[in-house]
Design a protein around this ligand. Structure first.
Ligand SMILES: *[C@@H]1O[C@H](CO)[C@@H](O)[C@H](O)[C@H]1NC(C)=O
Ligand SMILES: *[C@@H]1O[C@H](CO)[C@@H](O)[C@H](O)[C@H]1NC(C)=O
Ligand SMILES: *[C@@H]1O[C@H](CO)[C@@H](O)[C@H](O)[C@H]1NC(C)=O
Ligand SMILES: *[C@@H]1O[C@H](CO)[C@@H](O)[C@H](O)[C@H]1NC(C)=O
Ligand SMILES: *[C@@H]1O[C@H](CO)[C@@H](O)[C@H](O)[C@H]1NC(C)=O
Ligand SMILES: *[C@@H]1O[C@H](CO)[C@@H](O)[C@H](O)[C@H]1NC(C)=O
Ligand SMILES: CC(=O)N[C@H]1CO[C@H](CO)[C@@H](O)[C@@H]1O
Ligand SMILES: [Fe+2]
Length: 520
């Protein structure tokens, strides 16, 4: 029920951003449904051909993570976020040859589900259909999440697959074989862990400035009503090395999927989207444990990396899934860019029932607005400015799944690349890739083509590139007319097609990926 209410609210918010004057009856696009279907097929370093020659400098492997199977036996997942994790990779040897791989992560939930030909009871984002019984719900809460379906990352040359949980699965980036689960020790705490649960984190670690280490967070939930919960910022020093940067007590835990880092600060934006462990236990789903409090303020926590000191700045209510880039101004103020949403209801877009309902899909209006926050920790002032889209890409500021040239992380930059769904007001399946120029909206560009569906892009910088947009932009695309997947390469300078390579199998919609230079 909650889900359908969410869809209704979603239709009411944000009207008019990129909407068409006369929306069609339904979002009836060929192949869009297939993009989200199960595909069991696996590949290992299968040679692929590009339509045009590859640049010689292009060497490394793009690995993307996402759901590859949305049911097992007679049970299916309710939300696409819960589909069994499947990795896809595109390996560029640097001599013009390229290779494709596709494999499921051999996680505990996946292997146990295969063995019993049913979805094994682990915690899900939004439950299963038919639902688990009471014992399975309790079991799934105790075992927690195991499906690392969201992102991939490089921890000291160990490649891991992750979700918003503390543990990760290590993978072989050359073959996509699963090496094993890694559940790093929690850093020692000055607070009590009695009746506390230390299992949630984010799927978006962020590099430390000038170092090979990264930062992430740890959520500590309390199962004892009336007692404090906790936030911890950790430094990831190796595959299982975690150092304490800062920890502090809070009343309620906000769901956070990412955060920002500058040379001196880690910045968290805690929206009033609270996670309640007792409700999570009741519904055996993360979604069931989360509640949106529209009347509450949001909070920025600004952590001084060197001292661990935490500054708390209140701001008006907002919800953010992905932080983009962040940097410090000469006067010490902190800038961070985010796609801001009025509430978290856009999660409902990836309900399996919603994805496959072309009538509901047509009125999608839950679009974020690219927003720049400027924080002053001396005065606790929070400034918020929305970007405008330029004439060449009227919906550029509605992007999500943001990426940028990682060589510009922690510093002032201009280009954000991302995905805009419903870019023309004709429905969810109308997806554009955009380049948003946060320095000058005249530089905003977009790419879209009929019945072509795109995932989050990834920017690969050209070695020694002089300009921020010297490189290639890659996206895992699906051709709805041919019902075939391809890797799309755009020229980031013009957002026009450079190259394309069709895959030997369908690559289902996927969430995040990264390019690993050292795998070729
Ligand atoms: C995928 O594998 C499962 C068994 O693991 C089987 O039931 C199903 O039919 C397969 N689906 C496809 C599309 O091959
Ligand atoms: C490029 O290198 C790869 C990996 O070493 C090799 O398999 C492939 O045959 C080479 N391609 C060409 C065109 O030499
Ligand atoms: C907190 O929320 C209230 C109600 O939405 C709003 O009026 C107020 O400006 C917010 N406070 C801050 C510091 O933004
Ligand atoms: C699809 O969505 C429409 C509009 O929200 C709704 O009336 C209809 O019941 C949905 N269909 C299914 C099969 O859920
Ligand atoms: C979609 O929006 C149009 C125009 O506002 C409206 O006529 C139609 O009923 C809506 N459809 C659904 C399924 O809500
Ligand atoms: C991972 O990062 C380390 C340190 O930055 C780097 O040396 C290594 O080549 C990277 N590994 C891969 C597979 O990209
Ligand atoms: C990655 C890339 O863009 N490769 C090539 C694609 O095709 C054009 C036209 O042949 C080349 O100029 C690119 O280098
Ligand atoms: Fe994400």
């Amino acid at each position: 029920m909650e889900r359908f209410r969410a869809i209704l609210v979603l239709i009411l918010v944000g009207l008019g951003l990129c909407s068409a004057a006369n929306p069609p009856q339904d979002d009836d696009c060929p192949g869009f449904d297939e993009w989200f279907f199960t595909n069991n097929q696996t590949f290992e370093n299968h040679p692929i051909e590009f339509e045009n020659p590859l640049p010689k400098w292009l060497r490394g492997t793009l690995i993307r993570n996402g759901a590859g199977k949305v049911e097992m036996g007679n049970r299916k997942f309710v939300h696409y976020f819960d589909g069994f994790a499947k990795l896809h990779s595109w390996k560029f040897s640097g001599n013009g040859s390229a290779f494709f791989s596709a494999k499921f992560i051999q996680s505990r939930v996946y292997t146990e589900s295969i063995a019993k030909n049913d979805i094994a009871p682990f915690l899900t984002f939004e439950g299963v259909d038919p639902p688990f019984g009471e014992i399975e719900r309790y079991e799934s809460f105790m075992l927690n999440m195991d499906n690392t379906v969201v992102n991939v990352f490089n921890y000291s040359n160990n490649i891991v697959a992750m979700n918003d949980i503390w543990k990760v699965y290590e993978i072989n980036p050359s073959t996509l074989d699963t090496i094993g689960v890694v559940d790093p020790p929690r850093p020692p705490s000055q607070y009590s862990n009695l009746g506390r649960l230390n299992v949630m984190s984010t799927a978006h670690p962020v590099a430390e400035y000038g170092a090979t280490s990264t930062f992430d967070i740890l959520n500590t939930f309390s199962l004892i009503p009336g007692t404090k919960e906790r936030l911890t910022v950790v430094r990831v020093t190796s595959l299982s090395g975690r150092e304490l940067v800062a920890e502090w007590e809070i009343d309620k835990t906000s769901y956070m999927h990412s955060f920002s880092v500058t040379p001196n600060y880690v910045i968290l934006l805690a929206a009033p989207y609270y996670v309640n462990m007792n409700d999570m236990l009741k519904y055996a789903s993360v979604q069931g444990g989360m509640a949106w409090n529209a009347q509450d303020n949001a909070t920025f926590y600004v952590v001084e990396i060197k001292t661990g000191k935490v500054h708390t700045l209140k701001t008006e209510n907002v919800f953010v899934v992905h932080h983009i880039n962040s940097f410090e101004l000469p006067d010490g103020k902190i800038v961070l860019d985010v796609p801001a949403q009025p509430n978290p209801y856009a999660f409902a877009l990836y309900d399996v029932a919603y994805i496959h309902n072309k009538t509901a899909r047509v009125n999608l209006t839950a679009q974020p607005v690219l927003t720049r926050y400027t924080l002053d920790i001396k005065t606790q002032d929070v400034q918020r400015v929305s970007f405008n889209s330029g004439p060449k890409a009227p919906c550029a500021t509605s992007l999500e799944m943001p990426v940028f040239n990682e060589n510009y992380r922690h510093m002032n930059y201009c280009y954000v690349y991302g995905q805009v769904v419903n870019y023309n007001g004709k429905g969810f399946s109308h997806i554009a890739l955009v380049k948003k120029d946060v320095c000058n909206s005249a530089g905003d560009l977009m790419y879209a083509a009929p019945h072509q569906y795109f995932t989050e892009p990834w920017f690969v910088p050209a070695p020694g590139g002089k300009e921020e947009d010297d490189g290639v932009l890659m996206s895992s695309a699906f051709d709805g007319d041919k019902k075939a997947s391809y890797l799309l390469m755009l020229d980031p300078k013009t957002m026009t097609v450079m190259n394309r390579s069709y895959m030997p199998t369908r690559v289902p919609f996927n969430f995040h990926g990264r390019f690993f230079d050292a795998v070729y």
